[in-house]
Design a protein around this ligand. Structure first.
Ligand SMILES: Nc1ncnc2c1ncn2[C@@H]1O[C@H](COP(=O)(O)OP(=O)(O)OP(=O)(O)O)[C@@H](O)[C@H]1O
Length: 314
């Protein structure tokens, strides 16, 4: 099933939370909406789910106009930030509900397999109030994953998990999504997560989509300064191009800086250990350049360097 938003706008009071959103998510595609806090990500997702009534535009699921359909008629599986589990039902019952139509044996098998993979198989007899936030979130995720839906809508579904759980849960989401070719709209503010799971990413800022592309396309060619200074870990270092006789700003990836030789000279301000390498902060003409290095340099020392860069539009 495809998802399409055509000129979608939603206001709260007089202010637009999202404006003129045009997106087409293809059948089986994993599409991530990435943006800072308050940029409108949740509003997009809630609008597609039918939990917000939009003020402008239209929404289509599988080419059907669902703009005025209630959430229950949209046949989507959702995981939202507030987990919304049924408090009076056990974890097992919460997971059974979307698949009551299945044979008991098949249902139990499916619940066992998904809950094992999410590490909640020991919690099936508990009530939601007896679970930690991260456990509740994994139950909510499991409930969406067992449901035989062709569309996933997920709003920061891993926000309460610790780092190893996050990595294994996102692998599981992706596996189930791929196995069943589930069209997925996934919201996060974590760009490492976005890069890891997305087929395509839509970057949102102030209620508007400012760039759409594969993670590689956005990484290599951020469309503007905001994206360049936000996307990637670390994001590009942005400096004034006049040092190189270039008008406007230039962006430099940490892996594109060659240290130890070159026509530029700066001072090492800080060094961070990143496990497989170091991130070096170089102060240079009142600006800062970040560079990856296999060698640990001394803070305070001077260093020669050179770099490859991209010219970044406004
Ligand atoms: N119910 C509401 N009433 C009034 N304003 C709202 C409401 N919900 C959201 N907003 C506003 O709409 C804008 C977009 O909010 P939204 O929750 O979509 O952002 P977000 O990108 O999901 O943020 P976060 O990452 O912090 O969850 C914000 O300015 C927010 O304050």
């Amino acid at each position: 099933m495809s998802i399409e938003l055509k000129s979608v706008g939603k206001k709260f009071g007089k202010n637009y939370a999202i404006k003129d959103i045009n997106l087409k998510i293809e059948k089986g595609e994993f599409f991530v909406i990435l943006g800072p806090s308050g940029s409108g990500k949740t509003t997009i997702l809630r609008s597609v789910a039918g939990l917000e009534k939009i003020d402008e535009g239209k929404i289509f699921i599988d080419n059907q106009d669902v703009t005025n359909l209630p959430p229950a008629s949209r046949n989507v599986a959702m995981v939202f930030q507030n987990f919304a589990l049924y408090p009076n039902k056990t974890v097992f019952e919460n997971l059974s509900m979307p698949i009551e139509y299945m044979k008991k044996e098949d249902r139990e098998k499916l619940i066992e397999s998904v809950s094992k993979r999410l590490g909640i198989d020991g919690l099936l007899n508990r009530f939601p109030s007896e679970l930690s936030g991260g456990q509740q979130q994994r139950v909510a995720l499991a409930r969406a994953l067992v449901k035989n839906s062709k569309v996933f809508l997920m709003d920061e579904p891993l926000s309460n998990l610790d780092a190893p759980q996050r990595i294994s849960a996102r692998k599981l989401i992706k596996e189930i999504q791929l196995e069943n070719s589930i069209t997925t709209l996934y919201v996060t503010h974590d760009q490492t997560e976005a890069m890891a799971i997305a087929d395509r990413i839509g970057i949102i800022s102030n209620g508007k989509i400012v760039q759409v592309g594969t993670p590689e396309e956005i990484y290599d060619n951020p469309a503007n300064l905001f994206i360049a200074s936000f996307f990637g870990n670390p994001p590009m270092s942005i400096i004034d191009g006049k040092l190189l006789d270039i008008k406007g700003k230039i962006g430099i990836r940490a892996e594109d800086v060659k240290l130890g030789e070159g026509k530029f000279k700066g001072t090492i301000k800080d060094v961070e250990f990143w496990g497989d390498r170091y991130l070096i902060y170089i102060s240079f003409n009142d600006e800062e350049i970040r560079a990856f290095s296999n060698v640990k340099f001394k803070i305070g020392g001077e260093i020669n360097f050179d770099f490859k860069y991209k010219i970044i539009g406004e």
